[in-house]
Design a protein around this ligand. Structure first.
Ligand SMILES: Nc1ncnc2c1ncn2[C@@H]1O[C@H](COP(=O)(O)OP(=O)(O)OP(=O)(O)O)[C@@H](O)[C@H]1O
Ligand SMILES: [Mg+2]
Length: 287
């Protein structure tokens, strides 16, 4: 019997950067884990000075201290599933890869974060090779957007279905069990994400939402997949349910009022009673 059946609530770990606005990075990952029935842990790779408009500074954690955070946590807590987000540098990538090889969590979702929604760079250009070499082969699933898939593969990846399929197949060929190429950066009314799991392609299509509030869509999607992998019987069904969750969170995003740039998704759209999000004192919950 797998340990998951003894412990029905999975322990999920996000290894990521901190976005103080709470829309992306570690804070968004913990909200997503919490919304989807996983207990959330977090190991910090970098602090950022960030709001919904821009990243104004990055303060990387020293590599030794990242290793210490990981080893200390894994020594005590059973981690069932890991989501990896912002890694900033090749040194931090090497530390995470070594820790994963030491501790061998069952599921690893690798979101190869390179550029924030605001356009600010989050991974040094020279670290892309390290990501491909050290971490992609350890991933249950890797989840690049179109520009990230292009950077990883050293060519332009467009939103043409055949191009996305080819990219997903190539990333699977680099050692990930599955690859999901996300189409949020494409053009057109409908957007499609394409997954390849070594056997079949799965296409997840949705209508593009007319909203500015798409900060952290990628972080939310990848952490939703991580939360659901131990709770579903296949990668495909975890990805399908994560896709439904992230799209509902995008649809509800405009009910939050956070900043004047790209605001966050509504991670708790299904959990909060309507009154809580209104401004009417009659319907707001009393403390
Ligand atoms: N405007 C939108 N309307 C509907 N779905 C969207 C929209 N933008 C992104 N998505 C969806 O959000 C998910 C994340 O994809 P996206 O390509 O935006 O990831 P990302 O670029 O990694 O995000 P981030 O900028 O947060 O890192 C995908 O399922 C994508 O289809
Ligand atoms: Mg992303």
């Amino acid at each position: 019997m797998s340990p998951i059946q003894h412990h029905p609530i999975p322990n999920a770990l996000s290894i990521a950067g901190v976005d103080p606005s709470g829309g992306a990075g570690l804070l968004a990952d913990l909200k997503t884990f919490s919304a989807l029935g996983a207990y959330g842990c977090g190991v910090v790779t970098a602090l950022t000075a960030q709001n919904t408009r821009a990243v104004t500074g990055i303060h990387e954690v020293p590599p030794d201290f990242l290793a210490q955070q990981l080893d200390t946590l894994f020594d005590d807590v059973r981690i069932d599933t890991v989501k990896i987000g912002m890694l900033a540098s090749a040194e931090l990538i090497a530390v995470v890869a070594a820790a994963l090889r030491r501790h061998r969590p069952r599921f690893v979702v690798l979101d190869p974060v390179m550029v924030a929604k605001s356009g600010d760079r989050l991974l040094r250009a020279d670290a892309v090779d390290a990501l491909l070499r050290d971490l992609v082969p350890l991933a249950t699933i890797v989840t690049p957007n179109l520009p990230e898939a292009g950077d990883l593969l050293g060519r332009v990846v467009t939103d043409a279905p055949s191009d996305m399929r080819m990219a997903a197949r190539e990333l699977h060929g680099r050692g990930a069990q599955a690859a999901l190429v996300k189409g949020g950066h494409g053009t057109g009314e409908r957007l499609t994400d394409v997954m390849f799991d070594g056997e079949r392609f799965v296409e997840l299509a949705a209508r593009r939402q007319q909203t500015r509030n798409t900060h952290g869509t990628g972080c939310t999607f990848s952490s939703a997949i991580a939360a659901l992998l131990p709770q579903r019987d296949s990668i495909e069904s975890a990805v399908r349910d994560a896709h439904t969750y992230v799209h509902s969170a995008i649809r509800a995003a405009d009910t939050l009022v956070v900043g004047s740039g790209h605001g966050p998704l509504h991670h708790f759209h299904a959990l909060w009673p309507h009154g809580v999000r209104g401004t009417d004192p009659e319907t707001r919950l009393q403390p």
